[in-house]
Design a protein around this ligand. Structure first.
Ligand code: BES
Ligand code: MN
Ligand code: ZN
Length: 505
């Protein structure tokens, strides 16, 4: 899908040849009225210093997320001015945060269909030329302007380009931050596209091919294991889940090598169930509505690798994309069937709808066999995640507190929300099977943690491992907000890129 174009400029906004100007406004503390963010003197002058009065007259208050549109009536070259609320003006010495700026430009870009070219001063809203703010603004603009138009025959033209005003576009730090923001935003958009694609247009082989198509170009190696290779490799979980579908499973393996002196060796694993019907434990129709998003973990891991190929951090990374379709049929796995996971552990499949952990177990075992320092797996694994943390906050479980906390911290830096969750050993015995090494379901109470404990069984001692359950946050079933539309969100691509690049420092 088309992405919006972006450029940096030091030209003034009042004469920019665009369709809309986006400026930041805040609220003075204690009901002190609307304030114009720094970086807008030239526009204010063009409005004969009456911009705040005009905005106040049509109801702008400066509260975060508010979008107020004003006709410029010739005051500026652009016909429209859009004021986006940043919330309360920070105290002296404080700043508007990167996420505030990201959400503000995102909310504007999301609501400017029909204005293809926009320009903004938001990167100057803190009164300096901060590189971090430039990155936030390009991310917010690209993500808020994101549209998934593949299946629409009519659309109003969305935002096509954004011009970002900075003090000096040639400043090295500013340019580097901009390039990074752009790479991250493109990766998030790719993830959204994959998640939003209808499941009949993205079978397991297509998802694996998406790894080849998108990662090949940025200097990564991609290998795809077909059914024959999966059989030979002992991927009994992936094969078992995939056997009910007429569209056979795949595993894609993406490799990035930092070269000599890499700081760490990381393996990522993504759940890529292209559609989760529940299998013979068929889900009710309503619960199936979002199940095209059950490859959100795989999409995020794959997309992260495209950004890694561009940012080239000093870490060796291997990504496993576990692709299968979970369907009911005469060949589907039955409750009580036993699968042999890669490495030899056996699993009694008591519930074919707990399929994600089966494909993840294979790939975690495959990753572990290569003895990395870290394994991070990402999966839309349980409905229990939604019950516990909702649509915005994903869960981070780990066998190492420092790793868990570093991922939660990376989420915060990147503008995503992860939260630490425990792996209580007491729940493990509920996964005992009468016939096999382990069963694929356990205690329903704390179901997200039981699923985490299941995966932990496949991680050998000595490897630091974390599990991200993104069931809710991968797919926005609620209203659009900030730079997040309905549908695929691209979570947790930004966390992963932030965590991997800081590991390489
Ligand atoms: N893909 C689902 C989890 C899910 C639910 C993701 C809602 C996104 C939104 C997973 O495969 C599943 O079906 N899990 C079951 C596990 C249960 C049978 C132990 C669940 O959570 O109900
Ligand atoms: Mn399921
Ligand atoms: Zn699933």
């Amino acid at each position: 899908m088309a992405r919006i174009a972006s450029t940096l400029t030091k030209n003034t906004l009042s004469t920019a040849k665009v369709d809309a100007l986006v400026v930041g406004v805040g609220a003075a503390p204690a009901g002190g009225g609307l304030v114009l963010a720094p970086g807008n003197d030239d526009i204010d002058k063009a409005f004969k210093k009456r911009l705040l009065a005009a905005l106040t007259a049509v109801g702008a208050t400066g509260k975060a997320g508010e979008v107020t549109k004003l006709a410029t009536l010739g005051a500026t070259t652009a016909p429209m001015l859009v004021a986006v609320g940043l919330g309360e003006k920070p105290a002296k010495g404080d700043r508007w945060g990167a996420e505030t700026l990201r959400r503000a430009i995102g909310a504007a870009a999301r609501q400017l269909d029909g204005s293809p070219r926009i320009a903004t001063s938001l990167a100057l809203a803190n009164g300096d030329n901060s590189a971090a703010d430039v990155a936030a603004v390009v991310e917010g603009a690209v993500l808020g302007g994101y549209r998934f138009g593949r299946y629409r025959s009519t659309t109003k033209p969305p935002v096509e380009s954004v011009t970002i005003v900075v003090d000096n576009p040639r400043d090295k730090a500013v340019k580097a931050a901009y390039d990074r923001g752009r790479a991250v935003a493109d990766a998030v958009a790719l993830c959204r596209d994959l998640v939003n694609t209808a499941p009949a247009d993205l079978y397991p082989a297509d998802l694996a091919q998406a790894a080849v198509d998108n990662c090949g170009g940025v200097g990564l190696q991609v290998e795809v294991l077909d059914e024959k290779a999966l059989k030979k490799g002992g991927f009994g979980g992936v094969l078992g889940v995939g056997q009910g579908s007429t569209h056979p499973p795949r595993v894609a393996r993406i490799t990035y090598s930092a070269g000599r002196g890499a700081k760490a060796k990381v393996h990522l694993v993504g759940k890529g169930i292209t559609f989760d019907s529940g299998g013979l434990a068929l889900k009710p129709a309503q619960s199936m509505e979002w199940m095209k998003s059950d490859m959100g973990g795989a999409a995020a891991v794959l997309s992260t690798m495209t950004a890694i190929g561009q940012l080239k951090p000093n870490v060796d990374i291997v990504a496993w994309i576990a692709c299968a379709e979970n369907m009911p049929s005469g060949t589907a796995i039955r409750p009580s069937d036993v699968l042999t996971i890669k490495g030899g552990k056996t699993v009694e499949v008591l519930n074919p709808d707990a399929e994600g952990r089966l494909v993840m177990a294979d790939c975690i075992a495959a990753a572990a066999a290569e003895k990395p320092d870290y394994i991070v797996d990402v999966a839309t694994l349980t409905g229990a995640q939604l019950v516990a943390l909702g649509l915005h906050v994903y869960a981070v479980m780990a066998n190492d507190d420092e790793l868990r906390d570093s991922l939660v911290a990376a989420a915060g830096v990147a503008g995503e929300q992860g939260w630490p969750m425990p792996l209580p050993p007491e729940l493990r015995k509920s996964l005992d099977s009468d016939v096999a090494d382990i069963a694929n379901i356990g205690d329903r109470n704390g179901g997200m943690l039981t699923a985490g404990l299941f995966l932990k069984e496949f991680v050998p001692e000595g490897i630091k491992w974390a599990h991200l359950d993104i069931a809710g946050p991968a797919f926005n079933t609620g209203e659009p907000h900030g730079y997040t539309p309905k549908g695929g969100t691209g979570v947790p691509v930004r966390t992963l890129v932030e965590w991997l690049t800081s590991l390489g420092k």
